[in-house]
Design a protein around this ligand. Structure first.
Ligand code: GLY
Ligand code: MN
Ligand code: MN
Length: 492
């Protein structure tokens, strides 16, 4: 980040408020410079129509943007939109509000509409600092929504929430600051509460319904449309290519951070903007920490390396884990634990099809692991299985890595993970030859009418296939950087 960008916020606000800088509106991004496979306005319109078809009569759904969050002083975390806002509108900016009505509405001038979007107002100065805004006109043109207003119009906007039988909304954040803008998320939420006369305790007025919000969004988002499947397939394949490149490049002198960087470089090379969750690169004992994200080990050494990394492509995230022996060969113990996890995963796969139960897949995997650990003498009783397999079997993926969805029956066009694992931390109550072995194998699958499609087949899972992949040459093998001058002497 340049020093220019780091001008103190006070100075920035002074100029901004005093109107000293009269910025030019930024030119629009050229279409040719952008990816060609974003979700379309038709997709989002289709999702709103699907939502309306399951909303109760005379109801309105209220979707707020996610808050922005401080990363450091006046620098914010990279903004991640609320997936529901993105899903139902395509709008990806903060400080916004979407209202979706079950029935068509008519305003005082006779205009008909089924949804209203309140967006961030265009502002040349702000856009020079934090990026382009679509604004009302851009949103109408790009998102195909005809009723779009600036956020600061919401306050005086004439809408009678008391006329609806149901006001469907998600739990709202309570810890957001009231910023300098009079139409930021804080203001939009306050204005909504006032307009809708929302009671302190929601239970006091059954019209306000947060449970229905989750039911409806889960029902829709758990079944992927062809447009979503296209993006998910891409996210998963990209993640697998990251795994493959690391398998080829890995050596015991690499650091966990370097390996993280290689995965994420491959993702970005293929156009994936982000990761769906913090990348987990755990060598040896670190693999036992389920959501280990420090990735601070400077040499991964010759132990097993657990890598749980998911590329996010145009808002859809994969979630793929591979566990590999860094020295290229599974030791006896590593092989036995790995094979057990593999067999558990295969047992779960066999249960999968349209109409099968999550619980059956979970039981199948758990049974294999419990029996296997018992046979290896790692546990004395099958009930102890959760000591070494402490998490669930899987989850939906989509716009969220743990995506909205139900966990009863599996249905065609759901995309899920199946991710059994065994983690044996140092000091465990078993022979110490097993200590520090951690294995998770996580794959992403599309449920079909008769079974499943293994979307993450691009990265090897079988022991022999992993061992073969590790000896392949990587483009990165010859990537050398000079040693750092500043690392030579400490000077204190
Ligand atoms: N990467 C998070 C999970 O596997 O659920
Ligand atoms: Mn997962
Ligand atoms: Mn994962």
């Amino acid at each position: 980040m340049s020093t220019f960008h780091r001008l103190p916020i006070v100075l920035f606000l002074f100029f901004f408020n005093a109107g000293v800088i009269s910025g030019q509106p930024l030119a629009k991004e050229k279409e040719d410079d952008l990816p060609k496979d974003y979700l379309t306005a038709d997709f989002h319109a289709g999702r709103r129509a699907a939502l309306r078809s399951i909303m109760p009569d005379n109801s309105v759904m209220v979707v707020f943007a996610y808050p922005t969050r401080t990363y450091s002083n006046d620098v914010e975390y990279l903004y991640h939109p609320n997936p529901d806002m993105y899903y139902f509108s395509g709008y990806r900016e903060p400080h916004s509000l979407l209202l979706i009505f079950k029935e068509e509405q008519t305003d005082a001038d006779g205009n008909k509409y089924k949804e209203i979007l309140f967006v961030q107002k265009r502002n040349a100065q702000a856009e020079q600092w934090t990026g382009r805004r679509l604004g009302t006109e851009g949103a109408k043109e790009k998102l195909g929504i005809n009723m779009v207003f600036n956020g600061n119009d919401f306050k005086k906007f004439n809408i009678n929430f008391s006329s609806f039988n149901k006001i469907i909304f998600d739990k709202m954040p309570v810890d957001i600051p009231n910023g300098w803008d009079n139409a930021d998320l804080y203001d939009l939420i306050q204005q909504f509460k006032e307009k809708a006369a929302m009671p302190e305790k929601l239970a006091d007025d059954k019209r306000f319904d947060t449970r229905l919000y989750r039911d409806l969004t889960a029902q829709l988002r758990e079944i992927k449309t062809p447009e979503e499947l296209y993006l998910l397939r891409k996210a998963v394949e990209i993640s697998c290519q990251g795994q493959n490149e690391v398998m080829k490049a890995v050596n015991p002198n690499m650091s966990e951070l370097e390996i993280q960087g290689l995965h994420e470089y491959v993702h970005k090379k293929y156009g994936a903007e982000s990761v769906g969750y913090g990348s987990i690169i755990g060598a040896g004992e670190n693999g036992c920490i389920l959501h280990y994200m420090e990735n601070s080990k400077t040499k991964v050494g010759t132990s097993m390396l657990l890598m749980d990394v998911g590329a996010e492509y145009h808002g859809y995230t994969a979630d793929v884990t591979r566990t590999i022996p860094v020295d290229g060969k599974f030791s006896n113990e590593e092989r036995q634990i790995y094979q057990l996890v593999y067999d558990a995963q295969e047992a779960a796969f066999k249960t999968l099809k349209d109409g099968s139960k999550w619980a059956d897949a979970s039981a199948a995997a758990q049974q294999v692991i419990a029996e296997g650990l018992l046979n290896l003498g790692i546990i004395k009783n099958k009930n102890e299985v959760s000591k070494y397999y402490p998490h669930g079997l899987g989850h939906h993926i989509g716009m969220d890595v743990h995506d909205r969805g139900t966990y009863d029956k599996l249905k065609k066009d759901m995309v899920i993970t199946i991710e059994p694992g065994i983690y044996i931390p140092e000091g465990s109550n078993c022979d110490k030859k097993w200590w520090s072995i951690a294995v998770r194998i996580e794959d992403d699958l599309l449920i079909t009418e008769t079974g499943y499609e293994l979307l993450s087949h691009f990265a090897p899972r079988k022991i022999e296939d992993i061992e073969k992949k590790i000896v392949e040459k990587s483009a990165v093998d010859d990537f050398k950087l000079p040693p750092l001058e500043s690392g030579k002497k400490k000077g204190f």
